[in-house]
Design a protein around this ligand. Structure first.
Ligand code: ARG
Length: 394
């Protein structure tokens, strides 16, 4: 008996993979795995129902807590970003793949199957983890191999009694988890196409957001959020609450030109309400407790971390090394950040920390601790070389 483990979302692409595995690739046992990383609960259920209808052995893995603690929290500490994109899909892929590997070991699978196309980044992220953790298994990517059009896929699905749901009406390709929502397809990839309002589901249009601002307080310990408005919360709950408040105020819409791994330049639309708010708060706290040199250096480290995360190189040694540095700094990133949520923006309006490198006495206009007259000498030599250069130039 030959067993294939399919990373299954319940969508059209991965659904047509099921009969293909049996007919074209000779697997008599198809095991489907759906990983819950905080996509809408009904999608997880639809996947389970479709798997049942198609006669696979199905597993649903609830990975929400692990996603929050082991993937989103490191992203917050690194102010996770790639070209303005908070990496929501990117950081979920390694976990999804890892869970598929765990199921494959349990069911003694011979191969993996996934529904990634040959154009995107997900194929790299998913396969990297499979090859790292289970190098002995084959990997099959029918969407990439067969290059079918959507119409051909729907025809194929109909001929094999694969439920197609709303596939016919669906224009957008959507990927969701609790850290964000990506909307692609149709004309959305054109740099100059104005995104229609209907693509947004988690954020209201800022102009329709409440006219009264809402102030929130986020407490951090060791660089990760632990409380909201003074109330301690578990990671998943906190992320969902911040997501809802942010979305209600129209915070989190991201529209960027993105350089995909293949070099394709693509316009991307995201809604990442929790990510936008929590990273803004985290950065504000770092700005209070870190030295100027640490901040400048960490910006480079964060950028590199973001690139590795984007590429899905979740188990890369450099990523571990960067995290050693990041985690050391986070020991001091404790405190509270206040934000005002109002019509599309999450504005930091206050921050406090026991590790603050701020002295009211030194900075205040009303204090005499800082002896101003002592500055005369250093002001005199300021820009010494620049002044010499200017003299010569004249
Ligand atoms: N461009 C984004 C990324 O590479 C979004 C990908 C969305 N994936 C998808 N299968 N719809 O992270």
């Amino acid at each position: 008996m030959k067993t294939v483990v399919l990373v299954y979302s319940g969508g059209l692409d991965t659904s047509v993979c099921i009969p293909m595995m049996r007919e074209d690739y000779g697997f008599d046992r198809v095991v489907t795995v759906t990983i819950d990383v905080g996509q809408p609960a009904e999608d997880v259920q639809i996947a389970a129902d479709k798997a049942k209808a198609l006669g696979t052995e199905h597993y649903t893995v609830d990975a929400k807590d692990e996603f929050a603690r082991e993937y989103i929290f490191p992203a917050i500490k690194a102010n996770g970003d790639y070209q303005g994109y908070p990496l929501s899909t990117a950081i979920a892929r390694p976990l999804i793949s890892l869970k598929a590997v765990e199921v494959a070991k349990k069911v003694k699978g011979d191969a993996f199957c996934h529904g990634c196309t040959g154009k995107g980044n997900d194929q790299f992220r998913i396969e990297f983890v499979m090859r790292t953790m289970a190098p002995e298994l084959d990997i099959i990517a029918p969407m990439r191999e067969k290059n079918m059009t959507r119409i051909e896929e729907i025809e194929y699905a109909k001929s094999r009694n694969v439920p197609i749901g709303q596939s016919l009406e669906k224009i957008w390709s959507i990927d969701e988890n609790m850290w964000g929502r990506s909307i692609e397809g149709g004309r959305l990839e054109e740099p100059d196409y104005f995104p229609p309002e209907e693509i947004f589901q988690w954020t209201v249009n800022p102009q329709d957001a409440p006219n009264t601002p809402e102030e929130i307080a986020i407490g951090f310990e060791n660089g990760v959020p632990v409380s909201l408005n003074g109330q301690m919360m578990q990671p998943v709950e906190l992320i969902y609450k911040v997501k809802d408040i942010s979305g209600k105020h129209g915070v989190g819409r991201v529209d960027v030109m993105e350089d995909r791994m293949l070099g394709l330049k693509v316009r991307e639309n995201y809604e990442c309400p929790a990510a936008v708010t929590l990273i803004a708060a985290h950065k504000a706290l770092e700005a209070l407790v870190c030295t100027k040199e640490e901040l400048a250096f960490k910006a480079m480290v964060d950028r590199k971390w973001g690139e590795l995360a984007y590429q899905g190189l979740w188990f890369d040694p450099l990523k571990e090394d960067l995290e050693a540095f990041i985690n050391k700094i986070q020991e001091r990133v404790n405190g509270v950040v206040h934000l005002r949520m109002y019509k599309g923006s999450a504005t930091v309006i206050g921050r406090s920390s026991e590790s603050a490198l701020y002295s009211e006495d030194l900075a205040s206009f009303d204090s005499k601790t800082f002896v101003q007259s002592e500055m005369t000498g250093s002001v005199k030599v300021h820009g010494l070389q620049s002044r010499m250069y200017w003299q010569l130039k004249k």
